[in-house]
Design a binder for this molecule. Structure first.
Ligand SMILES: Nc1ncnc2c1ncn2[C@@H]1O[C@H](COP(=O)(O)OP(=O)(O)OP(=O)(O)O)[C@@H](O)[C@H]1O
Length: 556
């Protein structure tokens, strides 16, 4: 009712018990949320303040030199636009907007690229990249427009970008558009990854229009028209390894230095910008954060699908959700992308590709180093492998509920994965269901029928042997069932975005029923929490038979 005096008094009382009472703080925040886009605004742009933008005003495909950005407006959609889904979490907690705003026409035109808000100067970014191991020259945002930056009430700066919003100077032979299926997948997966606790870009909304887009989904001569869709996505920065690579390749060294300094100053506050070894420190940070990201991907069974250097963020967040997939059955050579014939970007190859990409980053930074620093960068790169292994072991120890470190851990984790591979057990549910076993269950090999993944694993000849080792390991620690099971449930998700779940929501959305996209979003926002009312959906069951035939290509 607008009278905050009692609330303030309560906050003071509560603060004595707990330094940050989130319930009260969030109640306050909600009152202040901005209710109209007219009173919301982009912040001053750090990017535009620091980097010249190409002066060419016409929008045509061209080679761009000596700049990072080109000014270019999104192309308005010609037909009626509909909101497919929106993340209220992002609206309220990142953009300070009241969620009712998403019901307004103004919001719809904004997130579809049809309206440009005051203060926004849309730009597209020039970058290159190594694709499937080979250097591809100028790529750039061929269908993405950076709308501007927003500094929210917490002081966090976010860059807002449209994807699928029309042609840019970097569109090459593309049409600047994205289709509904790939846009829903990007929207859902960015949010799912965020709520799994994995560094990622975020997605605010997805809209669909009736504008036709021509796609041959499986490159098999069966092209058809699909509906154009647009995602509004957010990241602290959209700079990629390819952002630096193109400058090194083109010998634009002054700009390379400026961008690298900008990245250090704005995203790596622990590095002293006046330090002569600052570029080495930056490399070291990115190597270590990328190794960590790879271990996290592996720990939730995520396969990115197109790990080109233009899809690898300098902030080591997951970007570009194309033909990604989460493992169902544990198959290390799982390839999510039908266009990846050789399996270069298979699940098991990801840590190695991360290493390859760090070597490409090293090559991009090469012109900024003296001879000694070049040598040291080799050692930093070698360190990637140890950092990855250490992080992998830490995370998997946690997944099995271990509190401490033990020499036997590598064997216990390795044998479990081997059994899972032999029996093709469901990756996600194996770990989740292990967290449902009490000490007594483990001691007596008592696995109820409801634990369907473990039932499969039980068929393995080494199961009894492994269970004994596991029992000995967890009973060697000062722990209780409740504590261990809680810990395990907090790191082993129950709900992940499986192929079939996304596909089922997409099929309905193609018929203008968006309810399942929104429902999936809600479930994936709490992947570690039992959502018993959602169980009838089958999201925690064995994937249905029809899902085995599903394929995802890079056509998007
Ligand atoms: N339909 C399209 N029209 C124009 N350019 C495109 C189109 N599809 C892809 N591209 C461009 O091709 C390159 C590689 O495509 P990829 O699918 O990896 O990127 P993306 O998904 O469009 O973008 P991002 O990495 O920003 O998520 C990028 O430069 C991208 O902008």
């Amino acid at each position: 009712n607008g009278d905050f005096s009692q609330c303030e008094a309560d906050v003071e009382i509560e603060e004595k018990k707990c330094s940050r009472n989130q319930i009260w703080y969030s109640a306050f925040h909600r009152h202040d949320l901005i209710a109209s886009l007219d009173s919301w605004g982009f912040s001053d742009s750090r990017l535009l303040d620091n980097f010249e933008v190409e002066l060419e005003e016409r929008n045509y495909v061209r080679q761009v030199k000596n700049v990072l950005f080109s000014k270019v407006l999104p192309t308005p959609l010609q037909t009626t636009v509909k909101l497919v889904a929106v993340s209220s979490d992002l609206l309220e907690n990142v953009l300070d907007l009241d969620k009712s705003i998403s019901e307004t026409e103004h919001f719809l035109t904004f997130v579809s690229g049809n309206t440009i808000l005051p203060g926004s100067i849309p730009i597209s970014h020039r970058y290159g990249g190594h694709q499937f191991g080979e250097w591809s020259d100028q790529l750039g945002d061929g269908r993405a427009h950076l709308l501007g930056e927003y500094v929210n009430r917490n002081g966090d700066r976010w860059e807002l970008q449209l994807k699928g919003s029309g042609l840019t100077p970097y569109s090459r032979r593309g049409d600047g558009r994205a289709v509904l299926r790939s846009s829903i997948r990007e929207f859902l997966c960015s949010e799912a990854m965020y709520h799994l606790g994995i560094p990622t870009s975020r997605a605010l909304s997805v809209i669909v229009s009736g504008d036709p887009v021509w796609r041959d989904q499986f490159y098999d001569g069966h092209a058809k028209t699909e509906k154009a869709a647009v995602v509004l996505r957010l990241a602290k920065s959209w700079f990629r390894i390819g952002s630096l690579e193109i400058l090194a390749m083109k010998r634009e060294i002054k700009l390379l230095r400026r961008l690298t300094d900008f990245v250090i100053e704005n995203y790596f506050p622990s590095i002293d910008i006046s330090d002569e070894n600052k570029y080495l420190s930056l490399f070291s940070e990115i190597v270590s954060q990328t190794a960590d990201l790879m271990a996290r991907w592996m720990s939730v069974g995520f396969a990115h699908g197109v790990m080109n250097t233009d899809n690898f963020s300098l902030l080591s967040i997951t970007i570009d959700y194309g033909p990604f997939g989460f493992l169902d059955d544990y198959n290390p050579s799982f390839i999510p992308n039908t266009s990846d014939d050789e399996g270069m970007y298979s699940y098991e190859n990801q840590p190695d590709i991360g290493h390859f990409n760090m070597n490409r980053l090293r090559a991009a930074l090469w012109p900024l180093w003296n001879n000694k620093q070049k040598q040291l960068s080799e050692m930093i790169l070698q360190g990637y492998i140890d950092i990855y292994k250490t992080r992998f072991m830490e995370i998997f120890r946690g997944k099995l509920g271990f509190l401490s470190t033990d020499d036997k851990d590598e064997y216990i984790i390795g044998l479990l994965l081997k059994m899972m591979e032999d029996t093709r057990t469901d990756f996600t549910m194996t770990f989740r269901q292990l967290g449902n076993l009490t000490f007594q269950h483990i001691q007596n090999n008592n696995v109820s029928d409801a634990l369907w993944a473990l039932k499969t694993l039980q068929l393995h000849e080494k199961w009894n042997n492994w269970l004994q080792l596991y029992y000995a390991r967890i009973t060697s620690e000062d722990d209780t069932d409740v504590k261990r099971m809680n810990r395990m449930n907090n790191v082993n998700p129950k709900y992940i975005l499986r192929y079939w779940m996304a596909e089922s929501a997409i099929r309905k959305a193609e018929d203008n029923d968006f309810s399942e996209v929104q429902k999936l979003l809600e479930i994936l926002q709490a992947p570690y929490t039992e959502q018993l009312d959602m169980e009838p959906t089958g999201y925690a069951d064995r994937p249905p038979e029809w899902s085995k035939k599903l394929k995802v290509s890079c056509s998007s």
